[in-house]
Design a protein around this ligand. Structure first.
Ligand SMILES: Cc1cc2nc3c(=O)[nH]c(=O)nc-3n(C[C@H](O)[C@H](O)[C@H](O)COP(=O)(O)OP(=O)(O)OC[C@H]3O[C@@H](n4cnc5c(N)ncnc54)[C@H](O)[C@@H]3O)c2cc1C
Length: 496
């Protein structure tokens, strides 16, 4: 990461930009923005640390989706582009085998990948077509090798490590698709952030919960912890679920659709020695495996010796629609206290019983799952853009653009509200936001279109093209610290 700013604009033309929330999204936007030399960046975090234990960034399964939501060509294409960008920027934080297996259970059910025109084979075919189109346009981007390697049909038996009944399945494919090592990824973001704070490029303010935003003569007025006030030209709300509680400054912008929030859980389990002896492939060659029909579930690699397991029936308990024009709507207090504590879930189920139920659910198809040792339940509130879809195919067609609301003030400065993205979309949407902000500098004739295009542009097929200089702004060449130091950060972050 060189010290040279990419757009050297005079200090008086630099906007004061606030980013609310220091999760993966906030840290990524702040890191890119602060090194472009166009803004003074303040990152406001409600908790005492960035990427804290309560954030969704530390409590997710890390799948970089480009298959399971692929019942709709356009959605598949967009998620694929987002995954590709993620892999390009974070090549070191993906589990080694880089494959995800997909199994289609042979049961009645209705998901996006079991209907005419959207079977496991159709999605595979579409994915290959999308990849071929991409490498035809951008031949240097063969990030997943040849198109033939991208998706391969395999026998369910192989995936099950020989212990399951293959008649339970309708088909299986192996897809080159990254699964993020969340611990290492978050440790990387912490190191990048610390470096930029030390260089005084980012001003991080922890214990700063934004409680209100309104327009004032000095720009956007942010109220912090119901008391002090800070002023900014532009505000980017990346506070995810709790960011929905912050009132929108002026309701006249674009995209007035709301979000759905729900509680989601998954369990962390250890592979016991006995199982390792019985099925050595579990350590040598097993890759993350998702069940894509009926009671959607899966097994995800989550670190050395650990697996994360989820089972749809254990997390679809309740959903809440939060329309944007009715803000502020506070999230239910019992959801928040459950996510933060060891207390029973409100229908009185405790964590142990949920961990067991998840194991039981997935072991119907993959029997050795029953022998894993539960470690703990991970839980958080997940945000989806838009209204509740009528069915799974609708869900797959969902508009995955998480920028829910954008308000442009007459002075050209903006409020951007981006609460509901996937981890998969963090890098893609960070650059989308930066692209948007750069337009305001073009409009004010501080930068020219050519200057911006040289570094960042979007083609007419939604591919974001980023210059080699910009590729380093998320710390690509940051030397990995020693394994001990990384372990320490991961422990402090309390990821596993
Ligand atoms: C159980 C679960 C599984 C998931 N699995 C996947 C998956 O496999 N693949 C995938 O792509 N995505 C997955 N996701 C989604 C993914 O976790 C999120 O999209 C991503 O982490 C969002 O990052 P973020 O930075 O926007 O939010 P967060 O990491 O939640 O960060 C938001 C930050 O804002 C702070 N904040 C909140 N309110 C305020 C305020 N008023 N003022 C200041 N700061 C505030 C919070 O303290 C927090 O630090 C999953 C989510 C869940 C919950």
């Amino acid at each position: 990461m060189s010290n040279k700013k990419l757009f050297n604009i005079p200090p008086e033309a630099q906007q004061k930009i606030a980013i609310i929330g220091a999760g993966a999204m906030g840290v990524s936007v702040a890191s890119i923005l602060s090194q472009l030399g166009i803004a003074k960046v303040t990152l406001l975090e409600a908790e005492s640390t960035p990427l804290n234990h309560y954030s969704a960034s530390l409590n997710n399964t890390g799948i970089l989706h480009h298959f399971v939501y692929g019942g709709h060509f356009s959605t598949l294409e967009l998620l694929f582009k987002q995954t590709l960008l993620f892999k390009k920027f974070m090549p070191d934080y993906v589990f080694e085998d880089d494959y995800v297996n997909y199994l289609a259970p042979n049961i009645k059910g209705n998901t996006a990948i079991y209907q005419k025109g959207v079977t496991i084979k159709d999605v595979s075919k579409n994915l290959i077509e999308i990849y071929n189109n991409h490498i035809n346009n951008y031949p240097s981007e063969q990030i997943f090798g040849s198109a033939k390697e991208l998706v391969q049909e395999i026998e369910p038996e192989v995936i099950l490590c020989g212990t399951g009944d293959k008649n339970l399945f309708n088909g299986a494919v192996k897809v080159k698709q990254p699964v993020l090592n969340i611990g290492e990824y978050c440790s990387h973001l912490i190191q990048l952030l610390n470096k930029l704070i030390k260089k005084q490029k980012i001003n991080l303010k922890t214990n700063h919960r934004v409680t209100n935003i309104q327009l004032s003569k000095q720009g956007f007025e942010l109220q912090i912890n119901q008391e002090k006030k800070l002023y900014f030209n532009t505000v980017i709300n990346t506070a995810y679920a709790r960011g929905l509680e912050i009132p929108i400054p002026s309701f006249s912008g674009e995209k007035q659709v709301g979000n759905i929030v729900k509680l989601k859980v998954y369990g962390l389990y250890k592979i016991p020695e006995t199982l390792k002896t019985k099925i050595p492939q579990l350590i040598d060659s097993f890759s993350s495996t998702l069940l894509i029909r009926g009671e959607y579930g899966g097994i995800i690699k989550a670190g050395q010796n650990r697996l994360a397991i989820f089972y749809g029936l254990e997390y679809n308990q309740a959903e809440l629609y939060i329309p944007l024009d009715k803000t502020p709507i506070n999230l239910p207090q019992n959801w928040i206290s459950w996510v933060r504590s060891e207390t029973d879930y409100f229908d009185s189920r405790n964590e142990v019983s949920i961990l067991q139920a998840i194991q039981k659910g997935v072991s119907q198809w993959i029997p050795w799952v029953a022998q894993l040792e539960p470690i703990k339940l991970k839980k958080n509130i997940q945000v989806y853009p838009g209204k509740k879809p009528a069915n799974q195919l609708e869900a797959a067609k969902r508009d995955h653009n998480p920028i829910r609301y954008q308000y442009q003030h007459q002075t050209g400065e903006q409020y951007i509200h981006i609460p509901g993205g996937k981890l998969t979309s963090v890098i893609y949407h960070s650059f989308l936001i930066i692209h948007n902000l750069l337009k305001t500098y073009i409009n004010k004739q501080i930068l020219t279109e050519q200057e911006v295009k040289k570094h960042l542009r979007i083609d007419n097929n939604r591919t974001i093209i980023i210059s080699p200089e910009l590729e380093f702004l998320l710390g690509k060449e940051l030397p990995q610290s020693s394994p001990e130091k990384r372990e320490k950060i991961i422990r402090e972050l309390n990821v596993y």
